[in-house]
Unconditional design. Structure first.
Length: 199
């Protein structure tokens, strides 16, 4: 955790402002679990931030499924700006209109340029991703299914999963490449590549 904290230090000010916004909006929107409000940094900001250091170097377009309060996509966009990253476009897909209002306000307040799509994933068309992210959204095989229309030749899925991920891994097509990396908070970073579109 200490090493991660040092790596993201250039973004500390923006993350503090982001945490303040979450706390301010929490009662109205329940952005995070109430038990996590006093543990935002470890439970949500650090947890999301760890993904940044596994992003493919060639990635330009990131699409996030079920963005909620901005985890992990808004955290990654903040880091991309503060660490002079190479990503050029962030698309945050969220079906809850109220949470989209929060995302729009947070991105405006923080000066972070992201595209917020208030819609269901299956309704989004003509959007291709270099990297697809999600956190606490759905089972792995379901995320892959949702991701098929967004695939480019070398699209990578970069997903945050809990400690029981082993059961979900058994359900994934054996032809894809999977790296399951120990993360913080007893969770895992699951990196999936080689997914092919169905005919």
């Amino acid at each position: 955790m200490e090493q991660l904290s040092q790596k993201i230090m250039p973004a500390k000010n923006l993350f503090e402002r982001y945490a303040h916004l979450i706390t301010h909006w929490q009662k109205a929107l329940n952005i995070v679990s109430n038990r996590d409000v006093n543990n935002l940094w470890k439970r949500h900001i650090y947890d999301s931030a760890q993904l940044y250091f596994y992003l493919p170097k060639q990635a330009k377009v990131l699409v996030d499924f079920g963005s909620g309060g901005g985890f992990p996509a808004l955290v990654l966009a903040i880091l991309n700006q503060c660490l002079n990253g190479t990503l050029t476009d962030f698309y945050l897909i969220e079906s809850d209109g109220k949470k989209c209002v929060f995302l729009q306000e947070a991105s405006r307040e923080l000066g972070i340029n992201v595209h917020i799509l208030n819609d269901r994933i299956e309704n989004i068309q003509n959007l291709k991703a270099d990297v697809i992210t999600a956190r606490g959204f759905a089972k792995l095989n379901r995320i892959i299914e949702y991701g098929l229309p967004f695939l480019k030749e070398n699209t990578v899925f970069l997903l945050l999963k809990g400690k029981n991920v082993s059961e979900e891994l058994k359900e994934i097509d054996s032809t894809v490449s999977i790296d399951c990396i120990n993360g913080i908070n007893e969770g895992y970073i699951v990196q999936i590549s080689g997914v092919q579109k169905k005919c």
